[in-house]
Ligand binder design. Structure first.
Ligand SMILES: [Zn+2]
Length: 427
């Protein structure tokens, strides 16, 4: 077997140059591919079908022709090849747990040290460690999230309270009485707890010890995070993972994108062609974890992000991805181009006089038309014609197709919660 069978210490990996890391990950992949091929029949079948000789794979570039492994594929594989879909490298009796995710997909509990080292390193990098008392509100039954995060936190020295979801009032009491310092869960649920605590008469700053909340898992949490930090004085961090692969990216204290975790190869591919996109372009996150138990080589997550090439001010050298910009299914194909709602966000953020906006795709004749509806904070002193021109230019450049018209609409006509881009075409 060629390639590198064991990981380097993560502290060392973190300081590698980009070139060193790319070479190192290729070495790890060279080891993983034949290992997985020999032990997981479904992986073998994928390589055989694509006509790729596993002994000839020298790096991630050699896998460009290996079709992505998708959630739907997992569902089919588990259904057709029970019990473990041919995807797991060890027999059932070696597994400590088997999880049941929607599908059903029977994700194995990860048995490899590499996997746990990665997760422990990640939660430490998020800022959790000895002395912290953390409420883990991810589900502890059926799906892997609760147990996965619990084990990573405990291994990192954290005292964990396995709360799971629900029981909002009890969550408040526990946080207060046990002087909880940290939180893991969704942004939405965190806000439910905070709101409930205030209803119960607590002052979050005075009565709670909360310092750090990892509130990933949902999109569009930006304004809420700002509120949590400014109003309640609680630092927030985002992290990214999936049930099958576990955490694979995290925010450092700079909060400018998420560092890709060690022992994970991430590609960002075009959702049109399946080929890697240019740095900075939005595409699907495709992940290959260097994992001895569950080697999901080229797993298509269905989540969209783009790579950040610039080095992080924190000094870590790993590549970063942006926060999750949406799901592949949210993209709307307009005049042959996929445009994604989240492409709009950074463009529209430049226009501080805008209160709300929505892009609408219609098809009055035989051509798709893109209308940008805009609500202004105030019409006072605004040259609408000039603003419309600017909006048109900036948004057209961001979504890469020409906006047909900018329409100023009355305040309140775009609902509070809305899709940023709607498809109103009738065929
Ligand atoms: Zn950083």
């Amino acid at each position: 077997m060629t390639g590198r069978a064991t990981p380097l210490p993560f502290e060392k990996q973190e300081r590698m140059s980009r070139e060193e890391r790319a070479k190192y990950l290729d070495e790890r992949l060279k080891w993983l591919v034949p290992y997985a091929y020999d032990r997981a029949p479904a992986i073998k079948a994928r390589f055989d079908k694509a006509g790729i000789d596993p002994s000839k794979v020298s790096g991630i570039k050699d896998l460009e022709n290996l079709p992505l492994l998708r959630k739907d594929d997992l569902v089919d594989l588990y259904k057709n090849n029970p019990p473990l879909g041919g995807l797991v490298t060890m027999p059932m009796e070696e597994l400590e747990r088997v999880y049941v995710s929607p599908g059903p997909i029977y994700d194995p509990h990860h048995q490899s040290e590499t996997f746990w080292q990665r997760l422990v390193y990640l939660v430490k990098s998020l800022g959790f460690g000895k002395g912290d008392v953390v409420v883990n509100t991810w589900a502890y039954h059926l799906v892997p999230a609760g147990h996965m995060i619990d084990e990573a936190l405990r291994r990192a020295g954290v005292t964990v309270i396995p709360m799971g979801v629900g029981n909002t009032e009890l969550q408040v009491e526990v946080m207060h009485q046990l002087k909880v310092t940290g939180f893991f869960g969704t942004t939405g649920f965190f806000m439910n707890i905070i709101t409930k605590a205030e209803e119960m008469g607590y002052d979050i700053r005075k009565d709670f010890n909360l310092k750090l909340a990892c509130i990933g898992g949902e999109m569009g949490g930006g304004p809420i995070r700002k509120l949590v930090e400014e109003k309640y004085g609680i630092a927030t961090r985002d992290a990214y993972g999936t049930a099958d692969v576990g955490f694979m990216a995290y925010e450092c204290s700079e909060k400018s994108g998420m560092h890709i975790a060690e022992e994970v190869i991430v590609e960002i591919v075009s959702y049109e062609t399946g080929k890697p996109v240019a740095p900075g372009e939005v595409g699907e996150i495709v992940v290959t974890p260097i994992d001895e138990t569950y080697p999901l080589i080229r797993f298509g997550t269905g989540d969209l992000a783009s790579l950040i090439e610039e080095p992080c001010p924190c000094g870590k050298t790993a590549l970063r991805i942006t926060r999750i910009l949406g799901r592949v299914g949210d993209a709307v194909r307009t005049r042959g181009m996929f445009i994604h709602p989240r492409q709009l966000e950074p463009a529209m953020a430049k226009f501080t006089q805008v209160d709300g906006y929505q892009a609408v795709v219609t098809r009055p004749g035989h051509r798709d038309e893109l209308t940008l509806k805009v609500e202004l904070k105030s019409e006072e002193g605004i040259d609408k014609e000039k603003l419309a021109k600017e909006l048109n230019q900036v948004v057209s450049a961001a979504v890469r197709i020409k906006v047909d018209r900018v329409e100023f609409v009355a305040k309140g006509s775009i609902p509070e919660v809305h899709k940023l881009i709607v498809d109103e075409r009738v065929y």
